[in-house]
Design a protein around this ligand. Structure first.
Ligand SMILES: *[C@@H]1O[C@H](CO)[C@@H](O)[C@H](O)[C@H]1NC(C)=O
Length: 365
């Protein structure tokens, strides 16, 4: 387009015949320009059709697309790490092993011992790591969010912080994530987490066991803790980092749905299709069945799970009957700290926040 116009002006028409030809050309140029506007409009129209008609209809017809977007388990960032070698991520006191929550389904697990034990942990086998739980002071079951694996950097950094504070940290990939078998669902994430919880619980010699969820993992965490409370065996505390109220409200606020939020029928096209996959992660309902101390950590500048959803969950927890008599605490992190969705582990206050909330003394570094 642009080339053609350029060649029209570049040519110097000479003589009358040439002038006439020039006029003819410029008339052609005008129709051309008119056409180009028309073509541009057509392109815009097609793009809008694709965005606002084609994609919503495809999503409605194939609701499994929505499940894939919620779980993002196929996004294995960072791609080239060997989950069998936590040492490559700077974890020299972490053991990689596999458990079978269900016959034929193997899930990959990392056990990081407290940092002060790192020398003892060198060249030790699975048996040593497993029996170290018997003399543990406390342990954390870490439930990660969607996308990536247990080897994701912000997760690894948190294991380092928590192990430096003296916790044993158990992190794993739900089935469908990382090197674990199978494919994901809310139900299987929850049952895998419950299985690992029990595996850990029976190996701890009455030491406190805390459940820590991040992002989508907070939805798994409240599911798990609700079930534990239903069986009258709550964990010693529940820690929710960057949580949301339920998946519908989260999906509505997620940057992915920005262009659709105001589309009439948004709920029907995009939110009902999430529910059609049996995905709810109803933490705002779960808190009405949970009875153990709850700590919520949320950064004000979180763009993935907005701050107001964490706050809203806190308000739901504060009103909960089952939580009355238990500590429910909300800790916001100012925007100026730039912790966003993944970097609360960077807070130098974390040791203080945890020791205050758990009412124990933790080594500060
Ligand atoms: C091993 O890890 C511990 C705990 O993170 C750290 O303090 C120590 O410096 C590491 N040792 C080596 C040799 O990298």
């Amino acid at each position: 387009m642009r080339k053609r116009n350029a060649s029209l002006t570049e040519e110097e028409p000479r003589g009358e015949a040439a002038a006439a030809a020039g006029e003819k050309r410029s008339a052609m140029g005008k129709t051309f320009r008119r056409r180009s506007v028309w073509w541009r409009l057509r392109r815009l129209f097609l793009a809008l059709m694709l965005l606002y008609v084609f994609i919503p209809v495809i999503v409605k017809l194939c609701p499994s697309i929505q499940a894939k977007l919620v779980f993002l388990n196929f996004v294995r960032v960072p791609y080239f790490i060997d989950l069998k070698r936590p040492l490559d991520q700077g974890l020299n006191h972490t053991h990689n092993f596999y458990l079978e929550p269900e016959p034929g389904v193997r899930v990959g697990v990392w056990h990081t011992v407290p940092a002060h034990m790192w020398r003892d942990a060198q060249n030790k086998d699975g048996h040593w790591f497993e029996s170290s739980l018997g003399s543990a002071q406390s342990a954390i079951l870490y439930l990660h969010g969607n996308a990536g694996t247990r080897g994701g950097d912000h997760r690894v950094q948190l294991y380092k912080v928590l192990s430096a504070l003296g916790f044993h940290v158990i992190a794993f990939d739900y089935r469908g994530w990382g090197d674990s078998d199978g494919s994901p669902s809310e139900l299987s994430m929850t049952s895998d987490a419950l299985f690992i919880y029990h595996w850990l619980k029976v190996r701890l010699n009455k030491a406190p066991l805390y459940v820590w969820g991040h992002s989508l993992g907070t939805g798994v965490a409240t599911n798990v803790v609700r079930r534990l409370c239903d069986r009258d065996s709550p964990p010693d505390a529940l820690i929710l980092e960057s949580p949301f109220t339920n998946i519908r409200e989260e999906a509505k606020s997620h940057p992915f749905s920005m262009v659709y939020r105001f589309l009439p029928g948004f709920d029907w096209f995009f939110l009902d299709t999430i529910s059609a996959n049996d995905i709810y992660f109803a933490s705002d309902d779960n808190v009405n069945h949970i009875s153990c101390p709850v700590l919520i950590l949320h950064a004000e500048d979180d763009a993935v799970v907005p701050f107001h959803l964490g706050k809203k969950l806190y308000h739901a927890a504060s009103r909960s009957q089952s939580l009355s008599g238990h500590k429910v605490q909300f800790v916001p992190f100012d925007s100026s700290l730039s912790y966003k969705h993944k970097f609360i582990y960077r807070s130098p206050e974390l040791a203080h926040i945890l020791s205050n909330f758990l009412e124990t003394s933790l080594p500060t570094h």
